[in-house]
Design a protein around this ligand. Structure first.
Ligand SMILES: Cc1cc2nc3c(=O)[nH]c(=O)nc-3n(C[C@H](O)[C@H](O)[C@H](O)COP(=O)(O)OP(=O)(O)OC[C@H]3O[C@@H](n4cnc5c(N)ncnc54)[C@H](O)[C@@H]3O)c2cc1C
Length: 262
């Protein structure tokens, strides 16, 4: 279990930022589910739970998800369902169990840049921007490629568009980490194909997506699946070999594109 010398409930984002930079060993607290797996001793833990950042809000152009929003809220949100279909709900539904998802936060899930992340894989398919207190607003792709900085992830914003979406993953058991995850979306004739747990961090297969017309036939889908394996790197770990993931990638992308076309 990790240790904290002090615990502070931030009264404003300004104060949270100030506390974070007061000591190099101060830390922002999310749902603590990942942190409690470690044994690190921190100086001050900064709790953001009183800042109203646990909400999903709809604006004219975007859906905003506060960093303290729990995965279970993502799973059950009518707003997200109406705008993006089941992609986000399906992405989180395999993560451990309902009690766990009632505590794990979107801030902790995205800021950690986990390579196995279902959450990040799904968000990448939806033109997501990350709002950092110091670092400003970045496309999720840029945030994932940047090196970790001490900052606060305040919220995420997802462009409201006429997305059709699908989430696919393969796991050895229902609630294990994914062996491979894929999120597919299409708006008008523009596709996005996101692959995560390769086992490296989620990434977009842009060339494969560009091969797909609005209503692809079987040959066009097969060509896009081949291109996914061509343009992306896959690796091996205890859950599967590189070769196995390459086969899975074609299967999951085909299923995802077909589901979107239905
Ligand atoms: C056993 C287990 C199984 C899991 N399985 C899966 C899975 O299958 N798929 C999947 O996608 N995920 C999985 N996860 C990850 C999980 O969904 C969460 O992403 C993870 O627990 C982090 O969320 P948290 O709220 O608990 O963050 P915490 O543990 O509280 O924090 C994690 C890190 O993020 C930082 N942080 C938290 N919030 C912020 C913020 N707003 N700004 C800046 N930094 C912040 C913390 O300082 C810390 O460094 C699993 C986790 C565990 C422990």
């Amino acid at each position: 279990m990790f240790g904290l010398k002090e615990y502070r409930v931030a009264q404003s984002l300004d104060q949270a930022d100030q506390l974070l930079h007061e000591h190099k060993n101060n830390v922002i607290l999310g749902g603590l589910l990942w942190m409690r797996m470690g044994r690190k001793n921190y100086h001050t833990g900064i709790d953001l739970s009183q800042l109203g950042l646990d909400r999903i809000l709809e604006t004219e152009e975007a859906i905003e998800i506060g960093c303290m929003t729990r995965l279970r809220q993502i799973e059950t949100s009518g707003i997200l369902d109406a705008c993006f279909g089941r992609v986000l709900a399906d992405a989180v539904s395999h993560i451990v169990g309902v009690q766990f998802r009632n505590a794990a936060t979107m801030g902790g899930s995205v800021f950690s840049r986990f390579s196995f992340s279902d959450v990040v894989t799904a968000l990448l398919a939806l033109e997501t921007h990350v709002h950092l207190y110091r670092g400003g607003i970045l496309p999720l792709e840029t945030f994932l490629e940047s090196s970790p900085q001490r900052d606060i992830l305040v919220k995420l914003s997802l462009k409201k568009k006429a997305w059709k979406t699908s989430y696919q993953s393969h796991r050895m058991t229902a609630t294990d980490f994914p062996v491979l995850a894929a999120a597919i979306s299409c708006c008008e004739d523009r596709w996005r194909i996101s692959l995560g747990a390769r086992p490296s961090r989620a990434k977009l297969a842009t060339k494969a997506a560009a091969l797909l017309p609005k209503k692809p036939d079987a040959a066009q889908i097969a060509a896009a699946c081949d291109q996914v394996v061509e343009e992306m790197s896959f690796g091996g770990n205890q859950r599967g070999t590189r070769e196995y993931r390459e086969i899975l990638a074609k299967v999951l992308v085909k299923r995802g594109v077909e589901a979107v076309c239905r």
